[in-house]
Design a protein around this ligand. Structure first.
Ligand SMILES: O=C1O[C@H](COP(=O)(O)O)[C@@H](O)[C@H](O)[C@H]1O
Length: 254
């Protein structure tokens, strides 16, 4: 097993606990570095976490004007489409806090400068991420959030897909098994540059993927299995998502 596992009783407690953890992480990063940087994910559990941050009085302890916001993946759709991860994060949290628009870095949309060309959009995002002309040199990510798909995907890196072994930082995805088929995603090598990576999963539908990832599956078969934060890899689960873990994990219930 690599990483730590924390199990919460149900999805609501999980969302509240992850929100509390995220607020603290951003406060600590700002205390240490002056700024904080977060990479957002999409999906149901992420939306619940963002809403819990929004509704927490402690959110005002973060200086939102000094938070850099990036995305780990995006569904390649027009800006404002309700299925875009950006749209969902804005509705749940980002539109409710005083972020600096210059520090918000959404992934490309089909009505952006590259139109409906996801490869060009991915290259543009890689350029935005890359610093000083070094495309492989990424910004410091204090915390990178990931949902976990029923099939073990993370971001838009799906099992057996070319993105599982793409050496670039950002890549286009075509033919994703989950709609929409066209996406843009950080690759596993980019994900693994984050100081902390938190994998968040709720519900019985995620139990097989979580069990396989933590019990020896390979990263091509189960992309979640290949995730490693530089300093910390944290699995934040509800009881249902943790239900296929070996009995020794049961003691981790919080
Ligand atoms: O399509 C996506 O799905 C995953 C997981 O979403 P969930 O609703 O099953 O929690 C998400 O992490 C990813 O960012 C998103 O694009």
């Amino acid at each position: 097993m690599t990483g730590s596992v924390v199990v919460h009783s149900d999805p609501e407690v999980l969302a509240q606990a992850v929100a509390a953890r995220l607020i603290t992480r951003l406060i600590d990063a700002q205390a240490a570095r002056g700024v904080a940087s977060v990479v957002l994910t999409g999906g149901r559990v992420a939306a619940a976490v963002y809403a819990a941050v929004r509704d927490s009085p402690a959110r005002d302890a973060i200086d939102w004007s000094r938070v850099d916001v990036w995305w780990g993946d995006e569904r390649f759709l027009p800006g404002g489409d309700p299925e875009r991860n950006e749209t969902q994060a804005r509705a749940a949290l980002l539109d409710s806090v005083p972020l600096d628009p210059a520090r918000m870095h959404p992934m490309p949309a089909t009505d952006g400068p590259d139109g409906a060309d996801p490869e060009a959009g991915a290259a543009r995002y890689a350029e935005l991420l890359g610093r000083s002309g070094h495309p492989q040199e990424l910004p410091h990510f204090d915390v990178l959030l990931l949902g976990v798909g029923e099939d073990g995907h993370i971001a838009s890196v799906f099992p057996e897909a070319p993105a599982t072994h793409d050496r670039r930082t950002v890549t286009a995805v075509r033919g994703a098994p989950k709609p929409p088929p066209i996406r843009v995603t950080l690759t596993p090598s980019a994900v693994n540059t984050a100081e902390e990576v938190w994998l968040i999963a709720a519900g019985d539908g995620k139990a097989d993927a979580v069990g396989m990832a933590l019990h020896g599956a390979g990263p091509v078969q189960i992309p979640a299995a290949g995730v490693r934060g530089v300093n910390r890899t944290l699995w934040l689960l509800d009881e249902a998502a943790a239900s296929r873990l070996e009995p020794s994990y049961r003691s981790l219930l919080r």
